[in-house]
Structures are given as C-alpha cells and as structure tokens.
Ligand binder design. Structure first.
Ligand code: 5GP
Length: 198
C-alpha cells in the first residue's frame, strides 16, 4: 500500500560557485519544493535581497535569543557571520508533505544529520576543481591573492564534505540538466521508498 508522497528534508551543500542554488531552484520548481528562509546576522544587500524572503536579517541579540529559545534546527558561522535554520516553519512544511530545501554549509549539514536521521543530504561537486577557480576569476571581483584564498577554501570544503560522513549522495555538476535529473530521481525514489515503508 502506498500513501501520498511524504514530506522530505533536503540538505544541499557544496563549495561556492558550484551551482547549488540553480539546482535547488530547479528542484523547487519541479517537485513543488519549499525553501527554508534562514536567519542571518550578515548585512542585507538592499538592491538584491528582501528581508523575510531571501533571509531574515537580524542583529546579534536577536540571533542569540533564537538560539536560547531553541528555535534553530542548526546554525553556523560562515565567512564571519552567523546563519541558522528556523525549526518551526521547516517542521510545518515537512508535515504538509513538501520537499523542504536547506542550502547550508557543512557545519549545518552535520547538525541536521544528527538531529534528523530521515533528512536527505546532497553535496554538489564541480566536474574538476579548476571550474571553481575559473568562475572566481570570471566574477572579476577579487584580486589574485583573494581568488587563491577562496579557491583553497573551496578545496578544503570539498575534502571535508567527502570525509565527514554526513552526505548521502555526491552530485557532479558536469552538465546542469543532467545533474538536476539525477537529483530529481534520487528524491523521487527516496520518497517512493518512504511512502511504501512509512
Ligand atoms: P550568502 O551570504 O552568500 O547568502 O551565504 C553564504 C553561505 O552561507 C552559503 O554558502 C550557504 O551555504 C550558507 N548558509 C546560508 N544559510 C544558512 C543556514 O541557515 N545555515 C547554515 N549552516 N549555513 C547557511
């Protein structure tokens, strides 16, 4: 006997520039997914970001209070600012049968893994590391020393992602459509298994 497709908590991690946002948005559109809106102490970019949509932008005291009240499913320091996932909306959306997408770093991934064994965790990798290096150069935002530092950080993250034992699947984003299809198939087969063994 099968039931309706059940809710699923989906963690997507990977180094910056690997294309995880594009994959996450495709999953949202294809599978009726829902993004969790994180809380962050990082400043808002008012030209590009809307409070409550892209992030909940808060100050340190508000972030501390959310931790204190146990309102965060996970949180971590990323590039000098704190980011966390509000627990309540995530649990409501899972209960409503949605695929809830968390685009979070490895530290957050570890905490979600520990808190929810039923989460599905994906790590996105580039075809080869140099793809990330080229992308950093194409942005023309940083000098060569900063680019090298960011690239070294991306390589460290990839090594940790593979070694930490948190991720169920490693997706190589060699071709975007193929990677999206692979993720879609993985989610659909996981949900089908959950539905037949509730
Ligand atoms: P950005 O400042 O560029 O929007 O995000 C920086 C990084 O923070 C992203 O690579 C993302 O993985 C991570 N991040 C965003 N939201 C969260 C969150 O709620 N928890 C954790 N642990 N990391 C997050």
């Amino acid at each position: 006997m099968t039931r309706e497709a059940p809710g699923l908590l989906l963690v997507i991690s990977g180094p910056s520039g690997v294309g995880k946002s594009v994959i996450a948005h495709a999953i949202e559109a294809k599978l009726g997914g829902a993004f969790s809106v994180s809380m962050t102490t990082r400043p808002q970019n008012p030209k590009k970001e809307t409070d409550g949509v892209d992030y909940h932008f808060v100050d340190d005291a508000q972030f501390d209070a959310a931790i204190e009240r146990g309102e965060l499913l996970e949180w971590a320091n990323v590039f000098g600012h704190r980011y966390g996932t509000p627990r309540g909306p995530v649990e409501q959306m899972i209960a409503a049968g949605r695929v809830v997408i968390l685009e979070i770093d490895i530290e957050g991934g570890k905490q979600v893994r520990a808190a929810r064994r039923d989460a599905m965790t994906l790590f996105i990798l580039p075809r080869e590391p140099e793809v990330l290096l080229n992308r950093l150069r194409e942005r023309r935002r940083d000098d060569e020393a900063t680019i090298r530092k960011r690239f070294a950080e991306a390589q460290r993250e990839m090594a940790e992602g593979e070694a930490c034992g948190v991720y169920d699947h490693f997706i190589v984003n060699d071709d975007l459509e193929r990677a999206i299809d692979e993720v879609t198939d993985l989610i659909e087969s996981r949900r089908a298994r959950m539905a037949s063994h509730p």
